[in-house]
Design a protein around this ligand. Structure first.
Ligand code: ARG
Length: 462
């Protein structure tokens, strides 16, 4: 039996080489449940348009139920001879209902509007799954922040000691980035809640079908496509999804890189749980941060999926072109990678041991309180230009003597500048410096507590 949906005008079947090239069933099979849902909705509008009788609709829906059960159990699968998932499922329906009834379902629809619709449905489901996994990671990070509310650490710019910050503040910075990723997924979903079903191959249908009814049936909150050409040809929803998943990968890679550095002997800020680290086949002592490294590596792959897809879409004329079959594997891969990465990453972060003494010890190192000296001088009425110079001179003096700022004597301070009275020592404490940055978004415990409450509130509604 010729399973092709388009054999009529051809004298011969396709060359084997073409069939091999053309086949997508090995990767688009995951759209099967969505294809069947689409078929049910389509059968109902065929009935509405008078193209199926009530009995035919009932048999059609019953046949689709059986097909769905067989797909779920694995009793029915696509084969290489089936060009794609749509072809395979039509074969399955024909096998179950016979050619007379089974052959009626295809009226008024094309694989072009089908695939555009099913792909949206699939990605919308996975946007929700990935959003949930991000929320899990955010909760783990919030837990880490809550467990260390008062631990100071060296805040860095250029990877150099800059100013002391609260560890919780640093961790919550990553939570903020992830919140925006989750928000991007929700906003993307809003835009993607439009159904192309009914667009046909590109021009719509002459059969009086009701695309709005199909859209409602399939859960597209914003109805059906306003333009059938755009409905079948648009793939910006795929590119945007690929961007958001790439951005998530990049945000994870930034956490990952820090975990890798923090976990080194030199930093010794954290220790990874045994269950979330790996060993070496030759070096018995090794305990490696593989999850973080895989996150860093996979972010490159996620970026590649985005750029590959954009290159496929570039300069593609309207409407559907077979190039568009290349749109699925990259984002399927992006979903797969994040769905396997995020749970492991969350486990790693949730079980991290933080070495408070080490963080606290290094927080004031590298003259990280020099800004506080300058700002203290400003409060004494010294212009900031001068204050910056004076604080810089203190650092220079310390470097020459191999000491830290709080080790300068009163005499040494006074020799640098008469403004540096012994009272300057009041700001040469890490926790004093941190507590003084109490404005909104600052690193003071009071400000971080406000931030934490906001983040937790957002997570509850997310
Ligand atoms: N499998 C195709 C895709 O993924 C859909 C089929 C459209 N094919 C066609 N010849 N119009 O894009």
């Amino acid at each position: 039996q010729d399973v092709r949906l388009w054999g009529g005008r051809f004298a011969d079947g396709p060359a084997e080489a073409l069939a091999k090239l053309s086949a997508s069933v090995h990767f688009d099979w995951r759209l099967a449940p969505y294809d069947i849902a689409g078929s049910r909705a389509h059968a109902r509008v065929l009935r509405k348009a008078g193209l199926l009788t009530e009995d035919e609709l009932a048999s059609m829906l019953e046949g689709l139920d059986r097909l769905e059960a067989d797909v779920a159990s694995g009793a029915f699968t696509g084969t290489v001879a089936d060009e794609d998932v749509h072809t395979a499922l039509e074969r399955g329906l024909l096998e179950r209902l016979g050619p007379e009834l089974g052959g009626k379902l295809r009226a008024g629809r094309s694989r072009n509007d089908q695939v555009a619709t099913l792909f949206r449905m699939y990605l919308r489901d996975h946007a929700r799954i990935i959003g949930g996994l991000i929320a899990d990671l955010q909760e783990a990070l919030v837990g880490l922040a809550e467990a260390h509310p008062d631990v100071a650490m060296p805040g860095r710019t250029h990877l150099q000691h800059a100013q002391p910050v609260l560890f919780a503040h640093h961790v919550l910075a990553h939570v903020q980035a992830l919140s925006r990723d989750a928000e991007r997924l929700r906003q993307w979903d809003e835009r993607t809640a439009v159904s192309p079903y009914g667009s046909g191959a590109l021009a719509g249908s002459s059969l009086g079908l009701d695309p709005e009814a199909v859209a409602a049936d399939l859960g597209f909150e914003h109805g059906s496509a306003a333009n059938s050409i755009d409905g079948t040809a648009a793939r910006d929803f795929v590119a945007e999804f690929a961007f958001i998943t790439a951005m998530i990968g990049v945000d994870l890679s930034r956490i990952a890189e820090e975990v890798i550095i923090w976990n080194t002997k030199e930093f010794s800020f954290v220790t990874l749980h045994d269950a979330f680290s790996t060993g070496s086949s030759i070096m018995p002592q090794k305990k490696n941060p593989d999850i973080a490294e895989l996150a860093r590596g996979k972010s490159g792959r996620l970026i590649g999926n985005l750029t590959g897809l954009l290159a496929t879409l570039k300069a593609l004329p309207l409407a559907y072109n077979r190039d568009l079959q290349e749109d699925k594997e990259p984002v399927f891969d992006s979903c797969d990678q994040l769905e396997v990465l995020l749970p492991a990453f969350t486990g790693m972060m949730a079980t991290l041991t933080v070495h408070r003494e080490r963080l606290e010890e290094l927080a004031p190192a590298g003259f990280s309180l020099a800004t506080d000296v300058a700002e203290w001088l400003v409060k004494q009425g010294v212009p900031f230009r001068v204050a910056h110079e004076v604080a810089g001179a203190c650092v220079k003096e310390c470097e020459a003597r191999g000491i830290e700022l709080d080790e300068l004597t009163d005499e040494q301070f006074a020799a640098i500048s008469p403004h540096l009275t012994p009272e300057v020592r009041s700001v040469l404490h890490v926790h004093g410096a941190i507590a003084s940055r109490s404005g909104r978004g600052g690193t003071a415990p009071s400000a971080v507590a406000v931030q934490l409450q906001e983040v937790k509130g957002d997570l509850e509604v997310q």
